[in-house]
Design a protein around this ligand. Structure first.
Ligand SMILES: NC(=O)c1ccc[n+]([C@@H]2O[C@H](COP(=O)([O-])OP(=O)(O)OC[C@H]3O[C@@H](n4cnc5c(N)ncnc54)[C@H](O)[C@@H]3O)[C@@H](O)[C@H]2O)c1
Length: 255
């Protein structure tokens, strides 16, 4: 169903790679022949993900990395380059959800945590990936925004603010690095069936039937459908695609 890509000889770096769309994308990169660094804060899930990919014969490095800590990001990128020799592909995916709350009641600590991971984390990852890719004169980066980067929703100011910010980072850096052989884009997933969304169903923050009905296509997306978009954006098939915020949302933002 999905097109196949050949990333043999290339090196991919994925954050938040132990679950959901990060794991699906790391798996897709590995199946397409790339050596892959999986990073996450959930060490048990990361170990399980790494073991599964290694057992399937893939070349994999797992590194604990909290993207809100720039030193950890720098170390993870360095370890990737020390292990595999280069960095060609990056998916800056790690993110957290924040509870729906009246904007007047949002605790500052929650805002700082959401922006620290979802926005500053993407900034830190891009910064250190670009330092390596700049040396090579090539590379492709995909940042994870959201439908929340394109529209507002009541109760979601912190999350949507951070995801809007990811698009600003993406566009500015894309303009800066396109002349140097590095393409930077973002995906904007709709509501995707991952552990993050399951937790929102469980907490009552999101109603499953309503969530499906809200997507014009009539169902939630899958992590594999997000991976397919990331791989395409990283592939030669997207060689002229620069600085886009690509909705992969079943039509949600087409309204
Ligand atoms: N699921 C959706 O509907 C949806 C929609 C739009 C955007 N997104 C975004 O997609 C990305 C992936 O979400 P998902 O749905 O696959 O969620 P998920 O919860 O299944 O996976 C997120 C992963 O990120 C990791 N993580 C959390 N904080 C981290 C940190 N500080 N440093 C490194 N890793 C960290 C988690 O341990 C987890 O493995 C997130 O950025 C999310 O905001 C999700």
């Amino acid at each position: 169903m999905n097109p196949t890509y050949d990333f043999t000889g290339q090196v991919a770096f994925v954050t938040g790679a132990a679950s959901g769309m990060g794991l699906a994308t790391a798996t897709a990169f590995a199946r397409a022949g790339a050596a892959v660094t999986l990073t996450d804060v959930d060490d048990d899930a990361l170990a399980t993900a790494g073991a599964g990919l290694r057992a399937a014969g893939h070349q994999v490095l797992t590194v604990h990395c909290d993207v809100s800590d720039e030193d950890q990001v720098a170390a993870a990128v360095s370890e990737t380059v020390a292990t595999f020799g280069r960095l060609d592909l990056a998916y800056n995916n790690a993110g957290i959800q924040s509870p729906t709350v009246d904007a007047a009641d949002e605790p500052g600590a929650v805002f700082d945590r959401v922006t620290g991971i979802n926005l500053r984390g993407v900034w830190a990852c891009m910064k250190h990936e670009l330092a390596q890719m700049r040396e090579q004169g090539s590379g492709a980066i995909v940042n994870c925004s959201s439908l929340g980067g394109l529209v507002g929703l009541p109760g979601r100011a912190a999350y949507h603010g951070a995801k809007h910010g990811v698009i600003g980072l993406t566009r500015s850096a894309a303009l800066e690095y396109a002349p140097r052989g590095i393409r930077i884009n973002a995906i904007c997933p709709g509501t995707i069936e991952t552990p993050m969304v399951t937790a929102m169903f469980d907490s009552g923050d999101l109603d499953p039937a309503q969530a499906a009905a809200d997507e014009p296509i009539g169902r939630l997306g899958t992590a594999e459908e997000m991976a397919a978009a990331v791989l395409w954006l990283c592939s030669p098939g997207a060689s002229y695609v620069v600085g886009v915020a690509l909705p992969v949302d079943g039509g949600y933002t087409a309204r």
